[in-house]
Write a protein that binds this ligand. Sequence first.
Ligand code: OFO
Length: 165
Amino acid sequence: MLSKKLEAALNKQIKIEADSSQVYLAMASWSEVQGLEGISGFMYAHSDEERMHMLKLVKFVNERGGHAEVPALEAPKKEFGSFQKMFQELFEHELFVSNSINELVHITLEERDYATHNFLQWYVAEQIEEEALARTILDKINLIGEDKGGLYLFDRDVQLITADS
Ligand code: OFO
């Protein structure tokens, strides 16, 4: 059975995953409008993944005798300025999510809830991957700078990343 403290913390994480899904959906839509299909496909897929992260938590909380709460949706911003800025935001967002997961893991130890501690290891591993991917993409996009041809090729490359994951 989940403690009240852990149930509240997991519900907070459910909201963070739902917000992440919304943010990446907004990035997908903006990229699509800019005509970059590869990047938008990557963002649509990423948005779906975040929803999956959220659902996994919902199921777990209910399974452990808690009540997963479906949070209100916050509207993310519509414009991202440039692709550099957008990927910088994505990277920073993933760092924020990693911190939040670490905080959750810390609470499981305080509460001596080893089942939840074990469950969260999946998220710990996932965040290592997501951070690494976001960092690689950001490095590439920063190298490209203002070069339109580079962006065109990058858009094709990122399609392959989406197909792989
Ligand atoms: Fe991209 O983060 Fe969920 O967990």
